[in-house]
Design a protein around this ligand. Structure first.
Ligand code: NAD
Length: 288
C-alpha cells in the first residue's frame, strides 16, 4: 500500500458509525492495488451530527467520493446535489460521486443484488419474486428489481416498525415502475407459503439467520421450495444460513448467501468512482 500512495493519490471515504469492522476498505484498496489505480479508501467514524462537515470535506479535499452506511444513508440526502433514480425511489444513498464539486448520490445494494444473479446466469426479469423484509436491504432489492423489469414482487414483513416502510415501498413501486408489488404480513403463514410456491425467486432480507438469530429461519419446511426456485439470503455470516440449509434439504439447485451482493455492490461503486471494473473474482478469493 505505502508504495502506491504519493502526492497524486485520490481519496475515497466511508462515512458511518460504527464502521471499523467493515470489509469495504480491504475490498477497494486491494482492488486499486491490483489494477494499479492511484486511489486510497479510508473509513471515517461519522454520526449524523458530523454529516454536514463530512460532506463539506468531500468538496474541500476534492475527494472522488464516499460510501455511506448507517446511520447516514437517509440523512445524507439533503446535502447532495443530485440523486440517481434508484436512490431517489429508495430514499437512501450508499455511494457518493464527486464530479468537480457536484455530488451525486447512488444506491448500489440493489444493483449489486441483480448483478450477483447475472453472475450466476440467472435472469429474473419478467418473473415473480417473493421478498421478506423491507428495511435498507429489502428496499434496495425491491426497487432495483422493479426498475430492472421483475414483473411481480410479493413483499412480506412482520407488523413491526418497518411495516410503514413496506407500505411505502409497495406504493412507490406500483406508482413509479411497471412492476406489480403487493404487501403481505409474515404472520399469515399460508399466504407466505403460497406466494413462495408461485415465485421464481425467494429472497430473505430480514437478517434472520445472522447473529443473534443464526439458528432461525422464516421458512422451516423444505416442502415449501420447488427444486427450481432460487433461494437467496442476504446474510453472509454465517456463509450457510439456516434458510439455505432448508433449501438445500429441499434439493434446490440455486441457493445463495449475500456474499455476491456485497461484492457486486462494492464493484458498482468502484466503477462509478474509477470507471473501471473491480477484479471481483480476485477480491472474492483474497477476502472471502
Ligand atoms: P434493517 O434493520 O434496515 O431491516 C430489517 C428488516 O428485517 C425489516 O424489514 C424488519 O421488519 C425485518 N426483521 C428484523 N427482524 C425480524 C424477525 N425476527 N422476523 C422477521 N422479520 C424481521 O436491516 P438491513 O440493513 O436491511 O439488513 C438486513 C439484512 O441484510 C442483514 O442481515 C444484513 O447483513 C443484510 N445485508 C446484506 C447486504 C449484502 O450486500 N449482502 C447489504 C445490506 C444488508
Amino acid at each position: 500500500m505505502t508504495e502506491r500512495i504519493d502526492g497524486h493519490t485520490i481519496l475515497i471515504g466511508l462515512m458511518a458509525y460504527p464502521i471499523r469492522h467493515s470489509m469495504s476498505p480491504m475490498m477497494h484498496n486491494n482492488a486499486f492495488a491490483k489494477l494499479g489505480l492511484n486511489y486510497a479508501y479510508l473509513a471515517f467514524d461519522i454520526t449524523n451530527d458530523k454529516l454536514s462537515d463530512a460532506v463539506k470535506a468531500i468538496r474541500t479535499l476534492d475527494m472522488r467520493g464516499s460510501n455511506v452506511s448507517m446511520p447516514n444513508k437517509q440523512k445524507i440526502i439533503p446535502y447532495l446535489d443530485k440523486l440517481d433514480p434508484a436512490a431517489k425511489l429508495c430514499g437512501a444513498v450508499n455511494t457518493i460521486v464527486n464530479d468537480d464539486g457536484i455530488l451525486t448520490g447512488y444506491t448500489t445494494d440493489g444493483t449489486g443484488f441483480m448483478k450477483s444473479l447475472e453472475d450466476e446466469n440467472l435472469d429474473i426479469r419478467g418473473k415473480k419474486m417473493t421478498l421478506s423484509g423491507a428495511g435498507g436491504a429489502g428496499t434496495a432489492i425491491a426497487v432495483q428489481a422493479a426498475l430492472d423489469g421483475v414483473a411481480e414482487i410479493s413483499i412480506f414483513n412482520a407488523k413491526d416498525k418497518f411495516w410503514d416502510n413496506a407500505e411505502r415501498n409497495v406504493d412507490i413501486i406500483n406508482k413509479k415502475t411497471n412492476c406489480k408489488a403487493t404487501l403481505h404480513t409474515l404472520e399469515d403463514r399460508e399466504d407466505f407459503r403460497s406466494e413462495i410456491a408461485d415465485s421464481t425467486i425467494y429472497c430473505d432480507s430480514t437478517g434472520v439467520g445472522m447473529k443473534p438469530l443464526e439458528d432461525e429461519t422464516l421458512v422451516i419446511d423444505p416442502g415449501w421450495f420447488r427444486k427450481d426456485i432460487i433461494v437467496y439470503d442476504t446474510v453472509y455470516a454465517p456463509r450457510t444460513t439456516k434458510l439455505m440449509k432448508v433449501a438445500q434439504k429441499a434439493g434446490v439447485t440455486h441457493v445463495f448467501n449475500g456474499l455476491g451482493m456485497v461484492l457486486e455492490q462494492g464493484a458498482e461503486a468502484f466503477k462509478l468512482w474509477t470507471g473501471k471494473s473491480m477484479p471481483v473474482e480476485y477480491i472474492r478469493e483474497l477476502l472471502f
